[in-house]
Design a protein around this ligand. Structure first.
Ligand SMILES: Nc1ncnc2c1ncn2[C@@H]1O[C@H](COP(=O)(O)OP(=O)(O)OP(=O)(O)O)[C@@H](O)[C@H]1O
Ligand SMILES: [Mg+2]
Length: 496
C-alpha cells in the first residue's frame, strides 16, 4: 500500500509548513494548498486519503468547501482546523460530513492520532464502496435473495445469458425459484420492455394447450367461434416461459421444435404461416435427459431447449441463505399485513436453519408468512412454527416428544401449554425430563435408588423431580405401559 496521502489546506504559511514537517516525518505524503480554489485543483488531479481543512479560508466558507469535497469523493476523510472555541462551527462541520476537528493550537500527538484514525476510516469506506459497487454490478436482481456461492454462481450465469436470445432450460426442485429466475433473465435482457408470458403446460389437454400457444382460426374445433391469437403472438419480441415442459405430449413437442427451428408456425386450423420472434425459457423439475433416454421426450427438442442449462440448488444445499431469505420475507409480509417489525428468536431461527425444506424457498416463504400472520409480538418463538419444524431431535438419542402430544396434554400432569397449541420451552424440557426419568425407572424395575445412582443425582433430587413432574409411582409393574394414554409414555421410543 502506498504511503497515506494528505492534503493540507490553510491560508497561513506557518501552519502549512508546520504540518508538512510534522506529517512527512511520520511517513505521510503531504501536499499543500493555500486557498479553496487551489485545494479543488489539487483534488482534481488525484485523490487524497485525508484532508486537513482550515474552516476560515479567504476565498470560501469552509463548510461549503467541505460539502463540495465530500460530493467529489464520498469516501474522503476530512478533518477541520478551527479556531479555538467555535463549537457551533464544529457541530455544523459534523453535519456536513467532517470526520473530526482540531482546534488551534493543537498537540502534535493528538493530531497524529486523529490523522491515523482518519486514514483507517478512509480505507474502510473505500473498501465498502468498492464492495457495494461490485455487488450492484454483479447481482442487481432486487427480488432475488442469496449470497451463497451456489446462488452467486447461478446469478453470474443469469447475467451472462440474459443478453442473448438463447433458450434456457431452468432445472430445480419445486419451489427453488424457477419462475423467479425466468423473470430475472427476461428483466435483464434487451426484451425487458416487451411481455414476459408464462404458461404452465402441465396437465392440460393437447388441443387446449396448442390453441393457447399457437392460437386458432374460426371453426378450427367445436366451440372455436372466432379466431384467437396464441401466446407466441402475445409474447412477440418478448419471452415465453414454458413451465413444466416435461409434461407436454409428443405432438406438441413436434410443433414446438418447428417454431424454435423455423421461427414460424400456423394457428390451429389455419393455413397461413406466422413469423415469430420469441425467446423461449423452459422449466422442469423432472430429469429431461433421462426422459430422452427413456424415449419420452424428443431428443432434438431437448437439445434445442437445453442450449443453456440453469440448475437451481435446493435450499438445503445453501443454508447460509436461509437467514437472508427469512429477513426478506419478514419485511415483505409485515408490510403486506400492516404489522410492525417481527423477528424470530434465536431458537426459532435455529429450527429454520436446521430444517431440510423439501418445498424449498416457497415452503420457507409460507412458514414466514404464517408466523407473521399468527404473531402478536415482535419476537416470534418456535411456537409460531409449524409442527414438522419443531419436532426435531433435541439431543442424540432423545427425540423431542411430538408437539401434538404435548399440545394435547391438557389431561397430562405437568404438560405446559402456553397458548392453544404451543408448548413453551420449559414445558418441552419438563416433558423430556419426565420421559428420561420414566425410561430409567422402567429399566431399573422402578428402583429409585438405582435410578438416582445411574443419573448421578441424589435420591432426594430424583424424588422431588418425580413429585414435581407428576410421575405416578403406582405405574410400577404395569405390564404394558404403552396402552397408557399419558402423552409421556414410558415406552415411547428413546433411541440409543
Ligand atoms: N432466491 C430467492 N429470493 C427470493 N425469493 C425467492 C427466491 N427463490 C424463490 N423465491 C420465492 O419463492 C417462491 C417460489 O418461487 P418460484 O415460483 O419461482 O419457484 P418454482 O421453482 O417455479 O416452484 P414450482 O416448481 O413449485 O413451480 C416465489 O414466491 C419466489 O418469489
Ligand atoms: Mg414454478
Amino acid at each position: 500500500m502506498p504511503d497515506p496521502s494528505i492534503l493540507v489546506v490553510d491560508d497561513e504559511a506557518e501552519i502549512r509548513e508546520g504540518l508538512q514537517l510534522l506529517l512527512s516525518s511520520e511517513g505521510y505524503e503531504v501536499t499543500l494548498a493555500e486557498t479553496a480554489e487551489a485545494a479543488l485543483a489539487r483534488l482534481g488531479e488525484r485523490p487524497f486519503d485525508v484532508l486537513l481543512l482550515d474552516v476560515s479560508l479567504p476565498d470560501r466558507n469552509g463548510i461549503d468547501l467541505l460539502r463540495e469535497l465530500r460530493a467529489r469523493d464520498a469516501a474522503a476523510s476530512i478533518i477541520l482546523i478551527t479556531a479555538y472555541g467555535s463549537i457551533n462551527m464544529a457541530r455544523e462541520a459534523f453535519k456536513s460530513g467532517a470526520l473530526d476537528y482540531i482546534t488551534k493550537p493543537w498537540s502534535n500527538d493528538e493530531l497524529l492520532a486523529q490523522v491515523a484514525k482518519a486514514v483507517d476510516t478512509r480505507r474502510l469506506r473505500e473498501e465498502n464502496l468498492q464492495l457495494k459497487r461490485a455487488f450492484k454490478q454483479r447481482y442487481n436482481f432486487p427480488n432475488i435473495v442469496g449470497k451463497s456461492d451456489k446462488m452467486l454462481a447461478v446469478l453470474d450465469l443469469v447475467r451472462q445469458v440474459a443478453a442473448s436470445r438463447s433458450t434456457v432450460l431452468i432445472y430445480g426442485e419445486s419451489g427453488t425459484g424457477k419462475e423467479l429466475f425466468a423473470k430475472a433473465i427476461h428483466a435483464a435482457s434487451p426484451r425487458a420492455e416487451r411481455p414476459f408470458v408464462p404458461i404452465n403446460t402441465g396437465s392440460m389437454p393437447v388441443d387446449l394447450l396448442e390453441s393457447l400457444l399457437f392460437g386458432h382460426v374460426r371453426g378450427a374445433f367445436t366451440g372455436a367461434v372466432s379466431s384467437k391469437k396464441g401466446l407466441f403472438e402475445v409474447a412477440d419480441q418478448g419471452t415465453l416461459f414454458l413451465d413444466e415442459i416435461s409434461t407436454i405430449g409428443p405432438e406438441t413437442q413436434a410443433k414446438l421444435l418447428r417454431v424454435i427451428q423455423e421461427r414460424e408456425y400456423m394457428r390451429l386450423g389455419g393455413t397461413e404461416t406466422i413469423k415469430t420472434d420469441v425467446r423461449i425459457l423452459a422449466a422442469s423439475n423432472a430429469d429431461l435427459a433421462a426422459m430422452v433416454r427413456e424415449g419420452r421426450f424428443r431428443e432434438d427438442l431437448y437439445h434445442r431447449l437445453n442450449v443453456i442449462a440453469l440448475q437451481l440448488p435446493p435450499l438445503r444445499e445453501r443454508k447460509e441463505d436461509i437467514p437472508l431469505l427469512v429477513a426478506h420475507f419478514l419485511a415483505y409480509y409485515c408490510r403486506e399485513n400492516e404489522k410492525p417489525e417481527r423477528r424470530f428468536t434465536p431458537a426459532a431461527m435455529r429450527l429454520l436453519v436446521d430444517y431440510g425444506w423439501p418445498g424449498n424457498v416457497r415452503e420457507l416463504e409460507n412458514v414466514v408468512e404464517r408466523a407473521v400472520v399468527l404473531s402478536s409480538e415482535e419476537l416470534m418463538g418456535p411456537d409460531l412454527l409449524p409442527e414438522n419444524l419443531r419436532s426435531r431431535e433435541l439431543m442424540p438419542g432423545v427425540r423431542l416428544p411430538a408437539p401434538a402430544l404435548l399440545a394435547g396434554g391438557a389431561a397430562s400432569p405437568g404438560a405446559h401449554v402456553t397458548s392453544g397449541t404451543s408448548p413453551n420451552l420449559a414445558g418441552i424440557l419438563e416433558d423430556v425430563e419426565r420421559r428420561l426419568i420414566l425410561d430409567m425407572l422402567e429399566r431399573t424395575g422402578w428402583n429409585q435408588t438405582e435410578a438416582a445412582e445411574r443419573f448421578q443425582i441424589p435420591l432426594s433430587t430424583l424424588n422431588q423431580k418425580i413429585k414435581r413432574l407428576g410421575i405416578d409411582p403406582r405405574r410400577r409393574g404395569r405390564a404394558d405401559s404403552s396402552r397408557d394414554s399419558s402423552p409421556v409414555d414410558a415406552k415411547a421410543p428413546i433411541r440409543d
